[in-house]
Design a protein around this ligand. Structure first.
Ligand code: AMP
Ligand code: MG
Length: 401
């Protein structure tokens, strides 16, 4: 436990990942490469052949047999473009060759055309000493037949998809998309597009979370706002079927109108976690009819911090992704932090000129701070900082994908 009986991010994450390991998303489907971005590979991708399948030239130039290169001009016996199948290299000759073209049998290496002199009679003199193997990409240099190129549980992005294509795969087995029910609570919430009444605010978390979940490869079951009405909440929850996670925002804490919490508890169990972070202290976790529940705090900035730090890795782990921690790095603080806090702080910040600058208003209710920022700065508990001190920066590019 962190100070004051609060749960540290690490402790909360450890519990959530243990839950995730115990309830993996079962089932996979096969998708075309074009639809594989963001999905999680269900089985390893192996190279069925050596890559490259034959030695080929890394340069535009001349293929040579080393024993023939004496400094004397040599005739050019063939011209080999990429995609051609060459003849064996005639002894005592060179082959004109271009990048990516297969090396002819009998050739030892390639000299780049910049180091070659073409004589008026068409013969070519190589101007420097050459060494066997130079400017050749050997057969199997990238991968050997049978080698695993991508492990199961790999998150597929453009590069992984490209690697699958290098070994001729046009379809990939991927984990089924997790179905995540997104629900918001609060009588104050109005959907964008509708007029705002007295005391009301627009529901921003719903749009934010749906977009984020889509990026993470989830299928969103968009439940909308649950009015603070126990009967209707019960009916709505009961109607959710085939859902892998119930993700709520707002209200599942200790408020008086906590009907969602009540309805969830009737057929499950919920625990309120108090996290030693700011923003994002309250987080609710549990089960409803066997379906995992994560209740994010309602304040948008609290919700995005807890979703990014905890719910995102939890979801990825349920898909079998091993490495779920976002890559982060140290940057100089572009600000002073004179007052140490008792909870770890995650501040919306922007990298500018190699330093992390803070958004001026860090209220957890202010979402435009996150649109301005390009990451979160982490300030450890009980720490003060002066401008220029190193702080950990978690880029949104890591958290959002
Ligand atoms: P709660 O967690 O329900 O106590 O809400 C905390 C704060 O977040 C309140 O100011 C709510 O109005 C606000 N809030 C809750 N849900 C949302 C939402 N879906 N969109 C925007 N603000 C919200
Ligand atoms: Mg509320």
């Amino acid at each position: 436990m962190a100070g004051g009986g609060l749960l540290s991010v690490e402790q909360a994450l450890e519990r959530l990942l243990a839950e995730a390991d115990a309830s993996p998303i079962e089932g996979s489907e096969t998708v075309a490469l074009g639809g594989a971005d963001g999905r999680v590979l269900a089985e390893p991708v192996r190279a069925p052949i050596d890559i490259p399948p034959w030695p080929n030239s890394a340069m535009d130039g001349y293929a040579f047999r080393q024993a023939d290169v004496t400094g004397e001009p040599l005739p050019v016996s063939q011209k080999i473009f990429a995609g051609m199948q060459p003849d064996a290299l005639l002894p005592g000759s060179l082959a004109r060759i271009f990048t990516g073209a297969p090396l002819p049998e009998g050739a030892d290496g390639v000299e780049m055309q910049e180091n070659a002199e073409v004589l008026p009679d068409g013969r070519v003199r190589l101007l420097q000493a050459v060494r066997a193997g130079q400017h050749v990409r050997p057969r199997g240099g990238e991968a050997r037949a049978g080698e695993t190129l991508l492990e199961g549980g790999t998150r597929l992005g453009p590069f992984e998809i490209g690697v699958a294509a290098t070994v001729g795969r046009d379809r990939l087995p991927v984990r089924r998309r997790p179905r995540v029910a997104v629900l918001s609570t609060g009588d104050e919430l109005v959907e964008p597009g509708l007029p705002l009444g007295p005391g009301q605010i627009y529901n921003s978390n719903r749009a934010l979370l749906c977009a984020w979940l889509n990026r993470l490869g989830c299928e969103v079951v968009d439940v909308g706002v649950l009015a603070d009405d126990l009967e209707r909440i019960r009916a709505c929850l009961a109607s959710l079927s085939g859902v892998d996670l119930i993700l709520s925002s707002g209200g599942v804490s200790v408020g008086e109108a906590d009907f969602l919490g009540q309805a969830l508890r009737e057929a499950g169990e919920l625990t309120l976690w108090k996290l030693a972070i700011k923003p994002g202290k309250p987080l609710t976790c549990g089960h409803y009819q066997g379906v995992p529940v994560i209740g994010l705090p309602g304040n948008p900035a609290s919700g995005l911090v807890t979703f990014g730090l905890l719910a995102r890795p939890y979801l990825l782990r349920r898909l079998g992704v091993a490495e779920v921690a976002p890559a982060s790095f140290q940057v100089p603080a572009g600000f002073d932090w004179p007052r140490a806090g008792s909870r770890r702080e995650y501040l919306r910040a922007r990298l500018e000129g190699g330093q992390a600058r803070l958004y001026g208003n860090q209220s957890s209710a202010v979402l435009r701070s996150a649109a301005w920022a390009n990451g979160l700065v982490e300030i450890p508990e009980q720490r003060t900082l002066a401008e220029g001190d190193a702080v950990r920066f978690l880029p949104f590019s890591e958290l959002l994908n």
